[in-house]
Design a protein around this ligand. Structure first.
Ligand code: ZN
Length: 303
C-alpha cells in the first residue's frame, strides 16, 4: 500500500503517492496549525504545604479569562501517556516528522519546536484546544427538569479530567447561559454538532446537503480524518490532502492550497467525491483540527 521510499519526492506537483514525505507534510501542517495549552499533568504536589508528595496533577481547566487551573488527585492516579497517533510505514509520528523536516527549509529552531510539540502532546504536557473560551455557541440546554434545544451560550471553560477506566482524558466543554435557571451547562467534546455547535457555523449545519456526521471530534481534541466510502473505493480527507484508496493503492488526488481552496483532480467522477464537494466549505471550517490520514483512526462515512 502506497510507496515508502520517496527520497526524490518533489512535492505534490511531482508525486501523488501517499509517501512518507506527504504524510510528514500533512502531519507538520496539523501540528503547526493547532492551538494548544501548556499543562502540569504528571507533576506532584502535596495536601499540606511542605508535606509529603501525595497528590498528582491529573487534570486541567482553561477558563474564559485565559487562566488555567489544575485538578489534583491522589498520587496513585494512573495517567495514560501513550502516543496519540498511529504509526505508518513502520515509523511513529516523531520519526515521520523528523524525516520530512530534514528535507524542508525550516530553521533548526523551527524544526525543534515542531518535534517538541509532538513530544509534549503525546506526554499530555500540551493539550489541544479546538474550542476557545468565550466563543459563542448554540447548545442543548438540560437542567434535569427542562430540555431546550438551541439555546445561545458562551464557552465558559474547557476541562480535561482523567477517566478512571481508560486513564485517558475526557474533555468537557462548560457553557454559560443567560435567562435560564441553570447558568452553567456541560457537554462532552465528542457531542459536538449533536449537543452543541459554534454559532459561526450554525447556518451551514442546517443546510440540507451538509452531513454533520462527517466531523467527529474525540477526547484528544482532534477531528478524525474523514473517509467517504463507496463500495471498494474510499476517498479520504485531512487538513492537507484528499486521497483515493482503491485496489491499486493510495494516491493523492487533491490538495488544500492557497486561500483555503481545495484543488482536485477533476478527471475522477465518483459519488464519494460529490459528497466531499457538497461538504467542502463545512470541512474547510474544521480542517485545522483534522488529524493526518493514516496517522489517526478515521471516521468512515458510507455514501
Ligand atoms: Zn513522494
Amino acid at each position: 500500500m502506497g510507496t515508502l521510499n520517496c527520497d526524490n519526492c518533489g512535492g505534490f506537483s511531482k508525486c501523488t503517492n501517499a509517501c512518507y514525505m506527504h504524510l510528514g507534510k500533512a502531519l507538520v501542517d496539523f501540528i503547526t496549525g493547532i492551538d494548544v495549552v501548556e499543562t502540569r499533568i504528571g507533576e506532584f504536589s502535596s495536601t499540606k504545604m511542605g508535606g509529603k508528595l501525595d497528590l498528582i496533577v491529573s487534570g486541567h481547566q482553561l477558563y474564559n479569562d485565559g487562566e488555567s487551573g489544575w485538578i489534583l488527585t491522589d498520587i496513585s492516579t494512573t495517567i495514560d501517556s501513550s502516543d496519540k497517533f498511529k504509526s505508518a510505514y513502520e515509523m511513529n509520528v516523531f520519526q515521520i516528522a523528523t524525516k520530512y523536516l530534514e528535507r524542508t527549509e525550516k530553521t533548526p529552531e523551527e524544526k525543534d519546536e515542531i518535534l517538541n510539540k509532538i513530544r509534549q502532546i503525546n506526554k499530555n504536557k500540551l493539550f489541544i484546544v479546538p474550542f476557545k473560551p468565550n466563543t459563542m455557541c448554540i447548545i442543548e440546554y438540560n437542567d434535569g427538569h427542562t430540555v431546550v434545544n438551541r439555546v445561545d451560550a458562551q464557552i465558559h471553560s474547557i476541562r480535561w479530567s482523567n477517566n478512571k477506566e481508560n486513564h485517558k482524558f475526557d474533555i468537557t466543554v462548560l457553557f454559560e447561559v443567560e435567562n435560564m435557571p441553570s447558568k452553567i451547562q456541560k457537554h462532552n467534546i465528542s457531542t459536538y454538532l449533536d449537543k452543541f455547535s459554534l454559532a459561526q457555523i450554525d447556518m451551514q449545519t442546517r443546510t440540507p446537503k451538509i452531513n454533520t456526521k462527517i466531523i467527529s471530534i474525540d477526547n484528544n481534541g482532534i477531528i478524525k480524518p474523514i473517509i467517504f466510502k463507496q463500495d471498494n473505493i474510499q476517498i479520504a480527507v485531512d487538513g492537507s490532502y484528499v486521497y483515493q484508496i482503491n485496489s491499486q493503492g493510495i494516491s493523492i488526488i487533491g490538495v488544500w492550497g492557497t486561500g483555503d481552496k481545495l484543488y482536485m483532480n477533476n478527471s475522477i467522477k465518483l459519488k464519494a467525491i460529490e459528497k466531499l464537494k457538497d461538504n467542502e466549505t463545512f470541512i474547510k471550517c474544521h480542517r485545522k483540527y483534522i488529524a493526518p490520514y493514516m496517522l489517526y483512526e478515521p471516521n468512515v462515512i458510507e455514501v
